[in-house]
Design a binder for this molecule. Sequence first.
Ligand SMILES: [Zn+2]
Ligand SMILES: [Zn+2]
Length: 329
Amino acid sequence: MNWINDKLFILPINTYIDPYKPVENAIITHAHADHAKPGHKNVLATKETIDIMKLRYGVNCAESFQVLDYNEKLIIDEVEITLYPAGHILGSAQVLVEYKGEKINFTGDFKTTYDTTCENFEKVECDILVTEATFGLPIFKHPHPKFEIEKLFRSLNFFPKRPHLIGVYALGKAQRLIKLIRDYGYDKTIFIHGSLEKICEYYEYSKINLGKLSKTSFKNNNVFKGNIILAPPSALRSKWSRQFSDPIISHASGWMSIKQRAKQSLVELPLIISDHADWNELTQNILDSEANKVFITHGRHEGLETWCKQREIAAFPLALSHRSEEGNE
Ligand SMILES: [Zn+2]
Ligand SMILES: [Zn+2]
């Protein structure tokens, strides 16, 4: 890997992958804030990632943008770049870089679980795999999202008068949860905090039907009784949330599998819904990639390192600064 350094800098083409600081050339895996920063000169990404970056940071957040579709090869000098679906959020990509016969694949954030709000994960073979490891411990085994949605509806049946206030990140998790709820057959209005509106509209524009959504307004609190309200996790602890009478506080996140964490954040109804690979998905992907060398980025590296070494796959941690430890914005 001497032509790519530990800052994910591709030397022969002066290009970084998901750089934290403004650079001349950046390939962006997806639009979450810990991967996509404003201020680069040239940005290469999928159309959706570029659109969402412009929505969040403004149309001039980079000097120039180049769209690269999934599975389409771009050759710059002698370096070949291909983006593959990462199944994490709308527009998310893995980046395969080939140079002088060597293939390095960067998973970015990914999950292999089926998701109807984005292109689903595609297996990529490579010599060297750079994998995320947000949930890189054997204790992390995400349940099927269907069970979690059933949990939510059991609660709605049991407490038909209480508003169900669910914490979700604005990009990706909110839309996926809405779609899961719709796929369960729920067609009532879902209320959303104002900060979720723009991205929900963009998903709709991308032909992901989210059904009837309404921005919360507090003229008549009775409308929230027995209804579902989605809001960013920070809003659950703010003055805003105190306007609901007797709400059930819920949070949809892979971290909700840690009971202590749910308890500490006073979450009554934890929903374990993750947009990151769990332990089984992480290890299966290492096998599927057929890589003989693995670099482990943001997350828990020790468990995966040991697992790789037991299978005679060389494995090393790659400490990328400034990635959110939570990793599921
Ligand atoms: Zn992400
Ligand atoms: Zn991330």
